[in-house]
Design a protein around this ligand. Structure first.
Ligand SMILES: NC(=O)c1ccc[n+]([C@@H]2O[C@H](COP(=O)([O-])OP(=O)(O)OC[C@H]3O[C@@H](n4cnc5c(N)ncnc54)[C@H](O)[C@@H]3O)[C@@H](O)[C@H]2O)c1
Ligand SMILES: [Zn+2]
Length: 366
């Protein structure tokens, strides 16, 4: 085999987390394999696979059959959707673990999108004060974002992700082949987070995104692996520096203050998270321009990039007054001051609470 082809078929690996909490992330077109799972599973007598009923069966079946060669395998399949991250399901899974005498040497495997990863991770952090867990993310959002960084959570009636823990997985297996069954709208929404990494930190990723939009939208195998690798590399660098969000990690919220406000205003129904974040990133970029941090040319380039990936950037559905209450309810408001993540230049994010509030209003109207 020629060297260039050999390199293409080799899995990419990244590490995240500090010292004893360090974990390996494997990315490849056939990452769900005995070779990759063996080091993660061989020391466990029992494993519980958590997934939901929207995840193609061939994926869960493959993991189950590999896991069976190492341990006794139990399964729980949740009903798909955000409501799966409930206290009721949390309790149901804990009962299942206890009824089957799971102990601290056993493990949990999450196969699914961010919903499954979040609840499975929270169960793992809580049961017996912590059992090991493995993430096998199956949506683009989970592959480039939620499976790495150790944030786990469930929802309570008062709000999303209000209960949770920082708890790192033992390993993350990113198999890009599973994305082929993902609805195109979900896939595209996940690309918003990829664009986020390019804008806040990763110049190389910005160039890749600019030059390969068609291939990426068509999920070209070799390029998508590179795109996921670059995204995770950026996220891993940030979360390893700041595991508990005391500082730099906040730049991962670029576009999210406005995105969350747009989602909440639309009552979470009309718009996917990534679609709202795309609009939010344009608003934050406009403020960055109005504040004099970036040029008009760069602002236009950002808008072009978001358009290239088919994001709807219209703002007819809301006005400043509609979003304002949600913007100021955001958790980035500290002692009355709104902390914004803005761009300080190409592929560079800054966190600031000193900006002209008129520019906030203006950014939503031009
Ligand atoms: N922990 C974190 O750091 C973090 C970061 C971002 C988002 N999140 C959380 O992630 C959740 C959203 O995750 P999501 O966007 O992955 O949604 P999701 O988990 O609900 O998955 C979306 C849908 O796709 C289906 N699906 C999953 N994989 C598939 C595949 N390969 N083929 C076909 N269908 C598939 C699922 O069954 C589901 O119906 C939210 O709850 C959010 O709070 C967490
Ligand atoms: Zn997000």
């Amino acid at each position: 085999m020629r060297l260039s082809n050999l390199l293409k078929t080799m899995a990419k690996e990244i590490f995240a987390g500090k010292s004893e909490k360090k974990y390996k992330i494997i990315i490849s077109g056939n990452a769900i394999s005995k070779k990759n799972l063996a080091p993660l599973l061989k020391e466990h007598n029992k494993t519980l696979i958590i997934s939901d009923n929207g995840i193609p069966l061939n994926i869960t079946k493959k993991v189950r059959s590999i896991s069976k060669t190492f341990s006794k395998v139990f399964s729980v399949t949740l009903t798909k959707g955000e409501q799966a991250k409930s206290i009721k399901n949390f309790q149901k899974i804990l009962n299942l673990l206890a009824d089957n005498n799971f102990d601290r040497t056993d493990a949990i495997i999450a196969i699914g999108g961010g919903v499954v990863g979040d609840i499975a991770g929270y169960v793992a952090s809580s049961y017996l004060r912590g059992v090991q867990f493995i993430q096998i993310p199956t949506t683009l959002l989970a592959q480039v974002d939620s499976s790495v960084g150790g944030k786990t959570a469930i929802n309570i009636p008062a709000g999303k992700n209000l209960v949770g823990a920082f708890y790192n997985p033992k390993g993350v297996i990113i198999d890009t082949s599973v994305l082929t069954s993902l609805p195109q709208r979900e896939y595209k929404a996940g690309l918003a987070e990829v664009i986020k990494y390019a804008l806040i930190k990763n110049k190389y990723l910005y160039t890749v995104l600019k030059e390969n939009a068609q291939k990426i939208l068509l999920m070209n195998k070799s390029i998508i692996e590179d795109v996921i690798f670059e995204s995770i590399k950026t996220k891993a660098e940030i979360v390893t520096k700041d595991e508990k969000e005391n500082g730099i990690r906040a730049i991962l919220n670029f576009g999210h203050t406005f995105g969350h406000a747009i989602e909440a205003h639309g009552k979470y129904k009309k718009i996917l998270h990534g679609e709202a974040v795309a609009k939010g990133m344009l608003i934050a970029s406009k403020i960055s321009y109005l504040e004099g941090h970036i040029s008009q040319k760069y602002l236009d380039a950002i808008e072009d990039l978001l358009e290239m990936y088919g994001f709807d950037l219209s703002k007819s559905q809301y006005q400043f007054k509609d979003l304002k209450p949600f913007i100021f309810r955001d958790k980035k408001v500290k002692s009355g001051k709104l902390n914004l993540v803005l761009l300080g230049g190409p592929s560079k994010a800054i966190i600031t609470n000193s900006f002209d509030s008129k520019n906030l209003k203006k950014s939503l109207s031009f």
